[in-house]
Design a protein around this ligand. Structure first.
Ligand SMILES: [Zn+2]
Length: 252
């Protein structure tokens, strides 16, 4: 029997989604029609069963916060750079905040000209870009530093670059995009804020998962780190919203 290893990607360094043990391939091809998932040489499980899943199945498992699904995306999906996705995140966040502001101060916003409304959107776009860049850079910097310390003391043997860490944290921002349907589909004036908080909590949980996986830190330490970083960013957002509201009230 002609048994050979087959890799769906050119990059040879896959990792087991259960134990992160390195693997040269994700499945073994016996014949042109017989393919079997590769088994991990360390834990014995399939290296990555998610190669058989469709995108929806992977996304649902990520929503359920399964670390194996995150590891599939981070280590084995072969993505290169996610700046386009980050651009979508920033645009979605700014749009959701802008729509929310218009819904809250509808009388004031309707009295504004198109130029001023556009200016308000640009302010939120700049604010959203700064907040997310600050969060991504600080989390990647702290996470890489923490991982470097663990490697130095022998607690971790895998390497993680700053760019790889940064891309991973961008993945964790998918919850921000969910703010847009939360705004579009809502009819109550109170509902957007509860859904905004829901998206924020989901972002906190997903960022904690990614940070913990990439830095190899404990769940509690990862949670506290990400919560502090997101709290600092949230404070900037809240102060901006409050400032806008105060300005609106004064103008009225
Ligand atoms: Zn394994």
């Amino acid at each position: 029997m002609n048994v050979f290893m087959d890799c769906p990607e050119k990059a040879p360094h896959f990792r087991c989604v259960w134990c992160e043990h390195p693997s040269d391939s994700l499945f073994v091809r016996y014949t042109s029609s017989v393919v079997k998932l590769q088994s991990c040489g360390n834990c014995g499980n399939h290296v990555d069963q998610y190669v058989e899943y469709d995108h929806l199945g992977i996304f649902l498992d990520i929503l359920l916060q399964k670390r194996e699904a995150y590891r599939h995306v981070l280590f084995n999906s072969g993505y290169k750079i996610l700046w386009r996705f980050l651009l979508v995140v920033v645009m979605a966040d700014a749009y959701a905040n802008w729509i929310s502001w218009r819904a809250k101060d509808s009388e004031f916003s309707e009295a504004l000209s198109v130029d001023l409304l556009e200016w308000e959107f640009q302010k939120r776009l700049l604010n959203s870009a700064l907040v997310h860049l600050l969060f991504l850079l600080s989390s990647a910097l702290i996470g890489c530093g923490r991982h470097w310390l663990l490697r130095k003391h022998g607690s971790s043997k895998v390497t993680t670059s700053f760019g790889f860490f940064l891309n991973g944290m961008i993945v964790s921002l998918f919850a921000v995009v969910l703010k847009v349907p939360a705004v579009i589909w809502t009819t109550s004036s109170q509902l957007p804020y509860s859904m905004f908080w829901g998206c924020w909590v989901l972002q906190l949980i997903s960022s904690r998962q990614v940070y913990s996986i990439l830095s190899h830190t404990a769940a509690l330490e990862a949670f506290l780190t990400v919560a502090c970083l997101m709290g600092s960013c949230l404070e900037a957002v809240i102060s901006d919203v409050v400032r806008s509201t105060v300005v609106s009230d004064l103008a009225l």
